[in-house]
Each structure stands twice: as structure tokens, then as C-alpha cells.
Design a protein around this ligand. Structure first.
Ligand SMILES: [Zn+2]
Length: 181
């Protein structure tokens, strides 16, 4: 798999939304989710599990008849996850149900995925500080669909950021960043 580093639009960097930060690895700047909440305000970023050296996003997930905790890589466009349980492989085309692990509050919203070939109409919503900006993630297992929805930023800039994917980041191996060295 090929690892691609994407440029972050300068308009976005100049008005970096609260809850997002930039980190530098091997001379490249990466966008990292620093702080997100459920709709009712429960913090979801935890120091207890770090992925790629940064705190991860801790959420509960239900897949089929199994459920448990997962930790999601906070690097924007990475899709690495640490699973606290073994999901049933099933038919490989399942929609997950996400919730706040400690309270059961649903993180699900209606959202039509814009990834080609995906027609999922459910998404996971993570709320940035202030409550107006959100991150939306496709609920279909394995779909890379994700989007940042910003109240105060031109849509083309947000679209461009939403399009950033670090392809190949499918594991949490320590040598992940060596590809940029
Ligand atoms: Zn999708």
C-alpha cells in the first residue's frame, strides 16, 4: 500500500478550528483531533491510550450482536483503530452503531456518505469545542468516509480538508511514520 501525505490547505491552517491541532512528524505536518465531545458534552479524547504518540478517541461500538470499546487514531485521515473486542467479520459490509462508552449516549446521525460506491445513510458525529463544528464519520465498517463540518469556514476549504486520507495507515505499527522519513 502506498502512503500519501496530503497538503493541508493554508486557509484552514490560518483558522484552525478549536479542537484540532498540528503535529510534526519527520518534517511533515499532520492534522490531529485534540478535543471532541458527544452532543451532550462528554469528552471522548483519552490520554489512557495513545496511538502514534497522541491521545486517542475512545468510543463504544456495536457491530451486529457484539459491542465493546474501541480507540480511534486521532490523526486526521488515518483509520487506525484499536479494538477492545473482536467484531464478527460477518459479510464485511456492516454498519456500526457508536455510543459514549460510559453512558450509552448515541453518537449516531443521519448522514449520506459521499464516498464512491458507499450508500450508507448513517454516520458518527463527534462535536468540536463550542458545539458548532463537527466531524462526521461514515458508519459502514471499513469505509474511509469522513468530513469536517465547519460553521465559519468556506465549504471548499472544509471539503479539501475532508478529502485528506493517509492511505495505507491501516495499522498502528511504530514504523508508520518512517514512510515519511
Ligand atoms: Zn461510507
Amino acid at each position: 500500500m502506498k502512503l500519501v501525505h496530503s497538503q493541508i490547505p493554508v486557509e484552514f491552517l490560518q483558522a484552525l478550528p478549536e479542537g484540532m491541532k498540528l503535529v510534526n512528524r519527520h518534517g511533515h505536518e499532520f492534522l490531529v483531533v485534540e478535543s471532541v465531545f458527544s452532543r451532550s458534552g462528554t469528552p471522548l479524547v483519552t490520554e489512557s491510550v495513545r496511538i502514534h504518540g497522541e491521545p486517542s478517541i475512545r468510543i463504544g461500538i456495536r457491530v451486529g450482536d457484539r459491542n465493546g470499546l474501541i480507540f480511534v487514531d486521532a490523526f486526521w485521515g488515518s483509520h487506525s483503530k484499536l479494538w477492545g473486542f473482536l467484531p464478527d467479520a460477518g459479510d464485511g459490509d456492516q454498519t456500526v452503531d457508536a455510543y459514549v462508552h460510559d453512558t450509552g449516549e448515541s453518537l449516531m446521525i443521519d448522514r449520506t456518505c459521499d464516498v464512491e460506491g458507499c450508500s450508507c445513510t448513517r454516520g458518527i458525529e463527534l462535536v468540536l469545542p463550542g458545539g458548532e463544528n463537527t466531524i462526521q464519520v461514515c458508519a459502514r465498517l471499513g469505509c474511509p468516509g469522513h468530513r469536517i463540518v465547519l460553521a465559519d469556514m468556506a465549504k471548499p476549504v472544509a471539503d479539501s480538508v475532508s478529502g485528506i486520507n493517509f492511505f495505507g495507515a491501516g495499522s498502528v505499527e511504530d514504523d508508520w511514520f518512517d514512510a515519511f522519513a
